[in-house]
Structure formats: C-alpha cells, structure tokens
Design a protein around this ligand. Sequence first.
Ligand SMILES: *Cc1c(COP(=O)(O)O)cnc(C)c1O
Length: 402
Amino acid sequence: MADQLLPLAERMSQIKPSPTLAVNAKAKAMKAEGADILNFSVGEPDFPTPEHVCEAGIQAINERFTRYTAVPGIPELREAIVQRFKEDHGWEYAPEQAQVSCGGKHGLYNIAQALFGPGDEVLIPTPYWVSYPPIILLAGATPVLVPLEEKDDFDLTAENLAKYATSKTKGIILNSPSNPTGAVFSTTALQAVASMAKDNGWVVISDDIYDTIVYGDEPLPHILDVDPGLKEQTIILNGVSKSFAMTGWRIGYSLGPQHIITAMNKIQSQSTSNSSSVAQKAALAAVAGPQDFPAMMKESFVPRLDYILKELTSMEGITCVKPNGAFYVFPNMSAYFGRSYDGKTIEGSVDMSAYLLEKSFMATVPGAAFGADDFVRFSFAASMEEIQEGMKRLRKALEQLS
Ligand SMILES: *Cc1c(COP(=O)(O)O)cnc(C)c1O
C-alpha cells in the first residue's frame, strides 16, 4: 500500500479544474517571474469594489458581525434582493424565495444538487460557461450540449432545441448576456424555450449575472417577461460579482419557487452553512444602495468593446460576432489552425492560446474550455492601453504564423 496512492472517488474522473482559472494562474506565475504579460483571460471587472460597499464590510467587522448567519442569508439582504428585482423588473418574490450563496457558482451548485440526479438530462446552449457541465455532472445528471451557431449570432433556435430535447430532459440553463460570447438571447429564442419548457415541465435556470452589462438601447429580453406564467418553473441566478466588481467577496443569489429554494437551503445547511457574514453586509450595501456603479462600469466598457471589435475584425481570417453584453469577445480564429511556428502546428484553440501566451505574452482562454474549439475568448475588462498593445501583439503573432 505504501507506494500506492489512495484511490479517489469515481466522480473525480468526470471533471477537471476550471480552465479559465488555470490560464489565469499560469499568466500570473509568468508575470511574477517578470514577464510583461497582458491578461485578457480574467473573468472579472477591472474595477475595485465601490467604496461604500467596502465600508459596509469594514463596518460589519468593526461591529463584530462575524458569526454564523441564517442559512439562506441575512433577512435584510434577502429583502433587498427581492426589492431590487421588483424595482428593476416588476417581478414579485417573497424574501423566503431568495437564497444567498457563496458566489453565483455555488448558487448553481445548490440548484443542480436540489433538482437533478442520475437519468436527468440538462440542456446547455454551447458555447457555455465553463462550470455548467461539471456542476451538472457532479449532481449525477447528464449535460446535453446544444450547439449555437456563429451564423445565428449564437442565438438559440426552436429547431436546435427540439433536436436535443428528449423525454429525459429536466431543465435548461440560459445565460444571457453570455459568457463567453457576449450574445443576448432574442425574444424569439426565449419564446421557443418557454413553450417547450411549459409543454414538457422543464425547469429554466436563468443565469442573469451579466444583466447590468448590456450594450445598445434594446432592453434585455428575459424569459419571465416573455412568459410570466413560467415563474413556477424558473430559477433566477444572479449575484454581485460582476455588477459590483465583488468577485472575491463570494456572494451570489437565487430566486425561485419556494419548494426548490427550501431544498437548496437544505443542501446549503449541510455544506457551506451560509456565505460570509461580512460579505453579506457588503452585498447589502451594493444591492440596496445607489445603482450608478454598474451603469458607470458598463459605459466604460463601450469604447473598449468598439476598439477591440474593430481591430479583431480587421485582421485577416478572423470573424467575430458583436457582443450585446458582458465584457468578452469571442473571435473565430480557426482560419489559423493548421499553421505553424517553431516546427509546432496550431491544431486548435488550446494551441492558439498557448502560442499567444508563450510568444506574445498575452493570456486568453481557449474556446475549447467553453465547448467551442474554433474560438478564443478575450476579456476586454482591461485598460484601453493594454487592449491597444494586445491587438498590436496579436496582429504580429498571427502574421508570424506560416
Ligand atoms: C462569473 C459568473 C458567474 C458567477 O460567478 P461567482 O463569482 O461565483 O459569483 C455565474 N455565471 C457566469 C456565466 C459567470 O461568468
């Protein structure tokens, strides 16, 4: 036994660590060694958490608000969350229908554990956020990838939904605006989802984490606006990570039918107990306080998006769907697959990202991490100077491929 490793659980063969966090770690390590790294791999705003939010956290510590809280979150935060939803969308929820979790990611984990198990299939429009398939797999259920096409601007269609739905389908995860594509689902797409969800009793998980970062004048279409009758089958997933630049505080929240939230609270009570007491007070200041920060941040992304998109689409062979939200562009770089450098051939997005990191010192995330190997994700939550320098390096790197 001494020279043999103890065996891990069977489920460990099904999942890998988050690839976006892995690229970020490698880029940070290279930077620590002195390399002039431009980091376009990060999935977080480049703003600090707003002052009033930090102050609320500091005050919570000073007041020794440092003990366990109620499992679903402190009542005043749940109250503020449902109040915000009512103000922003007109949707009515009771505070008991809200659960505060350790980030949006753990909210989704609670949802999956409460709803899905062996034999269940969950539809995941693809490109997807990296954590959707593993979270479904960890629940013992089967992720079913529904490919979205670049030519459709990554919108869902009734046809591709119908192609992948089966009698085992139990739910679908919507993410609009999307990480990684920045695409926003059209009203038509959401109508198709609503109608199939109604006919077949699916649960709709609406990951709205980027709903404050929407470009253009059109309001963001939402499944509950498209069909308010779907409320008893819908779970809203959101949080303050992106809207208030609070990724490190780990506060997300879910809203949904009472019996599902109650089940999620059971899971949470036996796993994390509650999210950080201090972070909940900070999140309360974010959710209940002035809402100008998300709007300001969104405005600051507009010129960066315009610039990076113009640069990318002016490069030979690259196509890129214009994002309608979030802070990512997802160019198709497959025209360069098959080309080489230093005797190595770039076979796909993983090789492309490795090439850009090794030779141009720019960190990106390969599309393969999102189930779409023709693409590479660039976050434009970076300074304009970094984006300008990055586009220069990218142009040069692509020209040097033979
Ligand atoms: C960032 C993100 C989340 C939530 O992240 P947390 O840091 O766990 O709050 C959820 N969904 C998507 C698509 C994201 O990009």
